[in-house]
Design a protein around this ligand. Structure first.
Ligand code: SF4
Length: 274
């Protein structure tokens, strides 16, 4: 996916103190995707309705986020590079704030890669989903042939000068082989600090994995066309914070009040899942 990732050495973590809001804003640009991963938490596929956020909304959200003090904007989907507008979105955002776009990298070549290259700047990073150092560890959940295309996309991005980060979802197909993907990303010149591993979550199409929700996740504000959500793990109704996109400030305040309420209960700390 497209989605949230954890440091390779740590996975989902438990914080010692009640956490503060992470000043990261996640934008679901669209829900359609060229792949059909069986564990997709967003229920994306070639047949998924697009539900596009749109350039005007993205511009306003970036402006409000910068004013509120957010220091990093993430673009996710679906596959964002299906959209013609994605380059304008990324250019607008990365001119104002650190920006990362998540992609499966399988369609990042030719005209798409050329357009992305024209907006390259030091604020803009690309995070690619890669679940293994060998095809079978990746393709088991993402589809036959997708590893080869993803690796080709990574190499093209690197050749174009992009800093590439990798996100790995740990699954029964690759959990015994995570050392292999680390060897592989190092062979590509991608350092350990740019590789993230997260566990499977039981959400969307995934019928296995951790049960995660507003009760146990450190919030990272997330927006789609339908409103504001607690965390990019899911834009299901149980994760919704606000049905209004604008202004963003009341949703931020709501999340902060909820964190304070959680802290007062003294119950188990929330988990990071990024
Ligand atoms: S590439 Fe990402 S968004 Fe697309 S189906 Fe797979 S997990 Fe979902």
């Amino acid at each position: 996916m497209s989605g949230t990732l954890a440091p390779a050495a740590a996975g989902a973590q438990t914080d010692a103190q009640p956490p503060a809001l992470e000043w990261k804003l996640w934008l679901y640009t669209n829900y359609d995707c060229n792949l059909r991963c069986s564990y997709c938490v967003a229920k994306s596929s070639p047949n998924a309705p697009r539900r596009a956020l749109g350039l005007a909304n993205v511009r306003r959200l970036v402006d409000e986020a910068v004013d509120l003090g957010f220091d990093h904007v993430f673009f996710t989907g679906g596959e964002p590079f299906i959209l013609h507008e994605i380059y304008d979105m990324l250019a607008y955002s990365s001119a104002r704030v650190r920006t990362t776009v998540l992609t499966n990298a399988t369609i990042l070549r030719g005209a798409r890669l050329e357009q992305l290259t024209t907006i390259a700047n030091e604020n803009l990073s690309v995070q690619v989903s890669l679940d293994g150092g060998r095809p079978e560890h990746h393709d088991a959940y993402r589809g036959k042939g997708s590893w080869e295309k993803a690796v080709a996309g990574i190499r093209l991005l690197q050749a174009a000068g992009f800093r590439v980060r990798l996100g790995t979802t740990e699954t029964p197909a690759n959990s015994a082989h995570l050392d292999e993907i680390c060897e592989f990303h190092r062979s590509l010149g991608i350092p350990d600090e740019d590789h993230f591993v997260r566990p499977l979550a039981r959400r969307g199409y995934s019928k296995e994995g951790l049960e995660l929700g507003m009760d146990n996740l450190v919030p990272e504000l997330t927006v789609n066309l339908d409103g504001v959500f607690w965390h990019p793990l899911s834009t299901d109704a149980d994760m919704q914070v606000s049905k209004k996109l604008f202004p963003l400030a009341p949703a931020v305040e709501r999340v902060q009040r909820q964190l304070e309420a959680i802290a007062r209960t003294g119950r188990a700390p929330l988990m990071t899942f990024t």
